[in-house]
Design a protein around this ligand. Structure first.
Ligand SMILES: C[S@@+](CC[C@H](N)C(=O)[O-])C[C@H]1O[C@@H](n2cnc3c(N)ncnc32)[C@H](O)[C@@H]1O
Length: 245
């Protein structure tokens, strides 16, 4: 059982791989999509759940997703087919940081994937390259809601607090026009879904060779969440427009 299989099982009941509930996702997309026939790009799209929801809400919207995980893209393709959205979705199996397109996009999404670029500023710089005039970026990243322990920093990286995070984005030439700070309920629901789905699968498949590994991964993850980062970690999504240009 590799990390990708673990992640697939862990997200079985929470297809958005970030601590946001369905209503928050819907509202963020509403604020990010500037028109019905928008062209939308998701860098680090995973199972393309953001794109699928955007297409379902806007019958003329066209979507493209980029991810390095072939397994996630295969699931995205299948989900798009089942929901009748396949013809409007293009998926690219490549490094999001190296992705180029022959056209610009009205909305560039990157949620929970800033590590693919080396941090939030680099993610926004990449998104800017893809942006059409009047376009928006919807970015989601972690921040420290409380002073982190050294173990939390080791685990989740060198984040800033929320005001500093937003100040840096603004200094970088962006204006937030909407945002969402994940609530305690959303943060906890995501972790319970992650650990609970994985543990349930393990208990339902005791004879599978990956069962004990899956149960151990769920137990380890739950312990790290509760002991190391639950109090310190926060997650924010911002809808951004370039301040000028
Ligand atoms: C936490 S998941 C978020 C998925 C999706 N954005 C969502 O919110 O449901 C991070 C995703 O980034 C992808 N990823 C990591 N490094 C990448 C890279 N260099 N290029 C493209 N995708 C990458 C992973 O495969 C994974 O699907």
């Amino acid at each position: 059982m590799d990390r990708e299989q673990i992640s697939r099982l862990a997200h079985a009941d929470h297809p958005i791989a970030a601590p946001l509930d369905d209503d928050s996702v819907r509202r963020l997309l509403e604020h990010g999509i500037p028109r019905d026939d928008a062209r939308v790009l998701d860098l680090g799209c995973g199972g393309a759940e953001w794109l699928l929801r955007a297409m379902a809400a806007h019958p003329r919207l066209r979507a493209e997703g980029v991810d390095v995980s072939e397994g996630s893209l295969t699931r995205a393709r299948e989900a798009a087919r089942v929901r009748g959205l396949r013809e409007r979705l293009v998926l690219h199996h490549e490094d999001a940081a190296a992705f180029t397109a022959p056209h610009a996009f009205d909305l560039v999404i990157s949620v929970g994937a800033t590590h693919a670029f080396g941090g939030l500023p680099a993610t926004l710089a990449a998104a800017r390259e893809h942006l059409a005039p009047g376009g928006r970026v919807l970015v989601g990243d972690g921040f420290w809601a409380h002073e982190p322990s050294p173990d939390a920093v080791r685990m989740l990286g060198d984040l800033s607090d929320l005001p500093t995070t937003v100040d840096r984005v603004v200094a970088d030439g962006w204006t937030p026009v909407h945002g969402h700070i994940s609530t305690r309920r959303e943060l906890d629901a995501y972790e319970w879904a992650w650990t609970g789905s994985l543990a349930s699968w393990a208990l339902d498949h005791p004879d599978d060779p990956g069962s004990s590994r899956a149960l151990a991964a769920a137990t380890t993850h739950r312990g790290e969440w509760l002991r190391v980062y639950r109090e310190a970690f926060g997650f924010v999504c911002l809808v951004l427009r370039p301040t000028s240009g």
